[in-house]
Design a protein around this ligand. Sequence first.
Ligand code: MCN
Length: 801
Amino acid sequence: MTVTEDAATTQVPGPEKEVGKARKRKEDARLITGRTTWTDNMVLPGMLHLSVVRSPVAHARITGIDVSAAKESPGVVTVLTGRDLADEQGSIPCAWPVTPDMKNPGHPSIAVDRVNHVGEAVAVIVARSRTAAADAVELVDVDYDLLPPVLDMEEAVREGADLVHDDLGTNTSYHFVFDAGEAGTGGDTEQAFADADVVVSRRFVNQRLIPAFMEPRSVVVQPQGDNFTMWSATQIPHVLRVMLAMVTGIPEHKLRVVAPDVGGGFGGKLQVNPEEVLALLIARRLGKPVKWTETRSESLMTAHHGRDQVQFIDVAADREGNVKGLRVRLLADMGAYLRLITPGVPALGAFMFPGIYKFPAYRFECDGVFTNKVPTDAYRGAGRPEATFAVERIMDELAVELGMDPLELRRKNWIQSQEFPFTTVAGLEYDSGDYDAATQQALDLLGYSELREEQRRRRESNDPVQLGIGFSTFTEMCGLAPSRVLGSLSYGAGGWESASIRMLPTGKVEVVTGSTPHGQGHETAWSQLVADQLGVPFEDVEVLHGDTAVAPRGMDTYGSRSLVVGGTAVVKAADKVIAKARKVAAHLLEASEDDLEFSGGKFSVRGTPGSGLSIQEIALAVFAAHDYPDDVEPTIDADATFDPVNFSFPHGTHVCAMEVDTDTGFVKIRKYACVDDVGTIVNPLIVEGQVHGGLAQGIAQALYEEAVYDADGNLTTGTFVDYLVPSAADLPHFDTGNTVHVAPGNPIGAKGVGEAGCIASTPAVVNAALDAVRHLGVSDIRMPLTPERVWRAIHQGGDGG
Ligand code: MCN
C-alpha cells in the first residue's frame, strides 16, 4: 500500500500517535480461533430448538396444514402454524416509506393462508434437540393451491400481469421520482436531451446477489418472567430491540438484545428477521428458552438478497465530450415483501447516479416491483454500487460514441479539486477530494502505459488472448447519518451515534459504543482513538458493544458510518472526560483550571511539565473522593453523542487490466490497482483489509455471483456449489494506495471505507473486459461474466446473456 499526502489538506499523524498506526486487530485472535461466543454456541438449561417448515412453491394459497405426524415425532414439543400465531405475530416492519402512497402488503413472520416465495415459513417445529426438530419438518403436510408465480420485473409491470398481492391491484409498490429541475439543483433534463449533439442509451441488468455472510443467522431467546433476553447474530441490536418491541408488543424495557461476536453481515444482517420474531413469540408462549440457527441452504434461500435492478440510462453530451444531462429509469425488484429498508435501497442510489461528474441536468425514476422471490434489501453499498455501475459503464459507452479516451472524457467532466465543497445535481454537497491525484497514482500503480502498449501488440497480432483496461472513478455517500436527513426519510431510526467512556479506578478505560461491529475491527480502532485523546496506553482500553443492557443507546453498524459517526462520539466523550478530570486535577494540584495543561495523558501546571497527575491517577483519586468541594463530582466518566450535518464522500480510482481468451471466453484479472481517499486513516491495516474484502465482493458481482430463479420460482443457486463466492485463490493481488483529503465534517477527518471496494470494483472489471473485446464488435456483456456469456458475446453477438 502507498499513501500520498497533499500538504495543504492533510493531517499527518505523528509517529508517537496511535491514529495512523497499522495495529493488528486486538479482537482477531478470539475471532479467528473461535474462542468466543457465537450465538449458536449458546446452550441454556431446558433450551428448545426451532426448525422452520418452508414453502416449496413460490405462489400459492394454503388450503390445509396437517401437523399431526410431526407432533408425534420423537422429541417434538409442539408444532405451530401461522394460524396459531396469527393474533400475536404482527407484521415485519418496513421503516423506509419512500413515497407517501407506497403500497406495503405487510409481512407476516409466518404465512397464514398464502405463500409468496419459496422458503417462506409455514410452520415451526419446537423440539428438544436440533435434529429432532429438523426430522419433524419432513412430516408436516401442507396443501397448496398453486397460483402463477410472478418472477420477471419487466413482465410484472405490464398491463394485465398476474399479481403477487391481488388485493393491491398492482405489482408496483411505489414510483419514486427525483427531478433536478423541479428540485432546483439542475436544469431541465428534457431540454438538455433535446439540445444535445450525442445521446447514448443503455439497458443494464444489475443482477440479484446473496450476502453470503460467514456465520449463518442464529437467535436464542431466554424468557425470565415477563423479561426477555435475545442473543442474535445481528448487525443492529439497538434498532432490532425497538422494532421487536413494536411488532410483538413486548415492552421495550422488558427486552434486552445482545449481538455477541458476529461473523459478518454485509448488510444481510441489517434486518428484522421473521425467525427472530417467531423465537420471541414462542419463548413467550412456552416460557422456555429457544434457539433457531439456519442451515446454509436456508440462509441462501431466505435471508434477504441484494441488488436486482434493470437500469435504463441515457446520457446526453456535446461533440466535445461535455456531459449535458443524465436520465435514469429503474425497475427495482422488491421480492415478495418490503423488509426493513427494501424500498429505500434504490432510492438511496438515486443520489449517486451522477457520480463524480458535473451533470447540469438529471432526472431519476424508479418503480419498486413485487415479484414472488425472496425480498431484497441492503447488501454492501446498498443502492450505491448499482448507481456507480451504471454511470461508470455509460461513461465508457459515451467515450466510444465520441471516439474519446475514456479517461479523458472522465477528466473533462469530473469535479476539480478546487471546486470542493461541491453541490451536485442530485443536491448532495461533496466534501473534499482530488480525483486527478487519485487517478494519477492508480495509473502509476497499474503500470498503465506498458499495459496499453501490450494491448496494442496483442490486438495487432490477433492474439487469441486480448487485453483490456477498465476504469471506475467513483465516490459514494456514506457515514450514514445525519438524523436531519435519515430521520425524515424513515421512521424508527435517525443517524446519530453514542459513546460512553468509563474511567475505572485502576486507570483502565472502558469504552461503550453504540456501533456494533461484525468484522470491522472497531475494538482496535476505537482503542487507538481513545489512546490518543486520553494519552493512555492502547492496551489499557477495552471496547464494549452490542448489548442493549451494556450499551443502551446506539444506531449500529451499516452504511460505512461507524468511524465517522460512532468514532466521533468516542472522541467527544473523551474530550468530556478530560474536561471533568481537569476540575479534579485543579483541586488536587491546588491550581486554577486555566493554569493547567493536558499533554501526553498528564495534567501539569503550566511551566512545570515534569510534575503533575496523569488522567489514570485522577481516575483512582476520584474513587476515594474524600476531600472534594461540592462542585467536583466523584466521577470523570462521560457520555457523548454525535450527529453530523452531512454524509462523508470517500472517492477513488480503480483500474483493472483484464485478459480475455477469445477462444474459450475465460477472463483473468491480470492486474488490479486502486487508490482510495477515505480522509484521515485511523488504522491503515484495517483500511486495506476493508478495501480487499470490498474488492472481493465487487469482483464477485462482475465475474461470479448471481442468484438465479427457475421458471417456477425455485432458487437454483441455493448452495455454494452453484452460487460462486470466490475464495482468495480466485482473486488477483491488489495494488492499493491512498490519497488523504481530510473530511471537514468530523473532528477525526475520516470518511467511511467499509463499502468502497465493493462499490468501485464491479464497473472497473466489466469495463476492462469490454475494452479487451470491443474491437470484435462487443459492446456489452451481462454480469456475471461467465466464460459462456463472454464466448457468446464474442461469437454470437448481444450481451451473451
Ligand atoms: N477505518 C479507518 N480509517 C478510515 C475509515 C475507516 O481506520 N478513514 C476503519 C474503522 O475504524 C473501522 C473500519 O475501518 O474499523 C470500517 O469503518 P467504516 O468505514 O466506518 O465502516 P463500518 O465500521 O460502519 O462498517 C460497515 C461496513 C459495511 S456498510 C459493510 S456492508 C461491511 C463492511 O463494513 N460489512 C462487513 N465491512 C465488513 N467487514 C467484515 N469483516 N464483515 C462485514 O460484514
